[in-house]
Design a protein around this ligand. Structure first.
Ligand code: NAP
Length: 305
């Protein structure tokens, strides 16, 4: 594959940065990939496993001469990290990110960047419940969506070049407005995560009265919830704090819907429940047909999504 950037700097060296580094190397997309993480322990691990071409001990060193800098830290840390890198950015460089929420990143990072730097926020819809530099893998983004949310005045060539990088890593790329992204993700990812956290919390409470039978006999539905609820607490805390409005809007709708189903169960309205579950089954089929999941038992998830 053709090289898209001469030098890419990854700030934060966890699951997403690690997967990007491995995917770029595998597909020859960057001349050199540098990396920086705030803790010496993460930098040491990244060095030991050869995650990037050069692990740097300062952001200044990592960012120097990079034509693409990608912020791969929790959403709540994006502003502070952008302020740290801003003085060292090369003129004409593109700054992007992989944060799960886009409105807050645009609001916090955009104003910190000089006019001669392009800002093209992004979000790969791919991940696992694992985190840290050793959790990345080169195929994470294959056939997954990456959503770019440049603002209306963004440089077209810079957006297209970043899109080419994501396509090179196997992703499908689409563009949308940041607020729209946050609403869509509140439905497809953020609220479902909150529901999983809640259900696992309820089961945990119950486990105390059922003498751990909840764990022992855990069935597919609950096991899927526990996998989601095992996701990184920092990342998810930040998602809810920064995508507050959209998540609360969807949670409100969810609660209304739940009450309707609750009433159908209480009144024995089997026809209503049957119709409802028939509709939801069709949605599942649509996801499989769109190639965004597998029909295999356990959804084919043996650790890596
Ligand atoms: P991760 O594996 O936990 O790695 C996070 C990295 O960010 C680590 O290198 C960590 O440094 C650094 N970091 C954490 N807090 C920081 C702070 N306050 N200041 C500076 N650096 C900090 O996380 P990830 O899963 O790769 O997620 C990174 C981003 O991708 C997040 O914005 C997340 O929303 C987004 N994302 C995640 C997924 C997913 O499923 N995991 C999917 C799509 C997008 P140390 O190791 O030195 O602590």
């Amino acid at each position: 594959m053709t090289r898209v950037y001469q030098r890419v700097a990854l700030i934060g060296l966890g699951l997403i940065a690690g997967s990007m580094a491995l995917a770029m190397r595998r597909n020859g997309l960057a001349g050199e990939v540098t990396g920086y993480a705030r803790s010496a322990a993460t930098r040491d691990t990244a060095r030991r496993i050869g995650l990037v071409d050069r692990v740097c001990d300062s952001v200044a060193e990592a960012v120097a001469g990079a034509d693409l800098v990608v912020l791969c830290v929790p959403v709540g840390a994006m502003g502070a990290v952008a302020a740290e890198i801003a003085p060292y950015l090369a003129p004409g460089a593109t700054v992007s990110d992989v944060g799960s929420v886009k409105g807050s990143v645009m609001a916090e990072v955009g104003p910190l960047l000089r006019a001669d730097v392009h800002f093209v926020p992004g979000h790969p819809l791919a991940g696992t419940e694992h985190s840290g530099p050793e959790s990345g893998f080169a195929t994470l983004f294959i056939n997954r969506w990456c959503i770019l949310t440049p603002d209306a005045g963004a440089d077209r060539a810079a957006v297209d070049r970043l899109a080419a990088l994501w396509r090179g890593m196997g992703a499908n790329v689409s563009e949308m407005d940041a607020d729209h992204h946050d609403l869509v993700l509140a439905v497809t990812s953020h609220t479902p995560h909150l529901i999983a956290y809640t259900m696992v919390g309820v089961a945990d409470d119950l486990a105390r009265v059922t003498d751990s039978e909840v764990i022992k006999y855990s069935a597919a539905g609950f096991r899927d919830f526990t996998r989601i609820a095992a996701s990184d607490p920092t990342m998810w805390r930040d998602v809810f704090l920064t995508n507050k409005d959209a998540t609360l809007e969807i949670l409100g709708r969810f609660t209304e819907e739940l009450f309707v189903l609750q009433r159908a169960i209480r009144s024995g309205d089997g026809a209503y429940l049957f119709d409802y579950f028939t509709r939801t089954r069709a949605i599942r089929r649509g996801i499989i047909e769109a190639g965004q999941d597998t029909a295999a038992p356990d959804f084919g998830r043996t650790g890596k999504v």
